[in-house]
Design a protein around this ligand. Structure first.
Ligand SMILES: [Zn+2]
Length: 251
């Protein structure tokens, strides 16, 4: 399996970080997690793939930094005479329709094949791709995802305050992509806005013990990870500090 980071910032972080979009590849399966602004450009630049190569696009919620790249991907699909498989719970799918209405291209929804998820229910997307949505702790309807591709598991938090419902499902994941939005000293602001503060990273790693951990969705600056002095895992966790177009192979 390969995970490629197309963007890893938040809405107001350094623009050079890009906005959330991660590509998971296993064989012919190519799954995009979130679709911030500029995702099409980064898909071209980082992977040489086109939208017609994407198997599924999973969207965690309708905040702009996770969604505003999607209309451009749909426009590209329309140009190619293709349709996109978009996967999300109903509130997010409704927001996509509303966004296309606002952009005065309501008919673009005809280039979307939507798969509805319901929280806590596993859905089989194809023979070897399964996904489960988990309610996230964020001010708008938001979801974390557990994605199983073949024998591998990717757990993606989306935007959320640290959430044990998600962390228990993410235990022993091959890859954990978890937001770390708030720098040290901003715990109350993070709680108010439904984001994860740096101080909670050690607890998240203790609870999940992933093989690979990718901290993402930075606020203004990259996070300061507070890991403490004691071992946080019985087995090794590799921490991958993201960079745009960084691609890692998961054996
Ligand atoms: Zn958000």
């Amino acid at each position: 399996m390969r995970v490629t980071i197309l963007g890893f910032g938040g809405w107001v972080s350094n623009p050079l970080f890009g906005q959330p979009a991660y590509l998971v590849e296993e064989g012919d399966a190519k799954i995009l997690l979130d679709c911030g602004e500029g995702t099409l450009e980064k898909l071209f630049k980082c992977t040489c793939l086109d939208v017609s190569d994407l198997s599924f696009i999973l969207i965690t919620h309708a905040h702009g930094d996770h969604l505003l790249g999607l209309p451009t991907l749909i426009q590209r699909a329309k140009h190619l005479g293709k349709r996109l498989n978009v996967v999300a719970p109903p509130p997010v799918l409704d927001s996509i329709s509303e966004l296309l209405n606002t952009l005065q291209v309501p008919h673009y929804i005809n280039y979307v094949d939507a798969t509805k998820l319901h929280p806590e229910v596993w859905v089989r997307l194809s023979e070897n791709i399964h996904v489960k949505a988990i309610n996230a702790i964020h001010p708008v309807p938001s979801f974390s995802y557990i994605l199983r591709v073949g024998s591998k598991t990717v757990a993606y938090s989306g935007d959320t305050w640290p959430n044990d419902d998600f962390l228990s499902e993410a235990e022993d994941a091959d890859v954990l992509i978890h937001e770390v939005s708030a720098p040290p000293g901003m715990i109350e602001e993070a709680r108010l806005h439904g984001h994860t503060p740096s101080e909670y990273v050690l607890d998240i790693l203790r609870k999940t013990r992933p093989k690979y951990f990718i901290p993402t969705h930075y606020f203004i600056e990259p996070p300061q990870l507070i890991l403490g002095k004691e071992p946080y895992s019985k087995s090794e966790t590799h921490i991958i500090f993201p960079a745009q177009c960084l691609s890692i192979s998961i054996g």
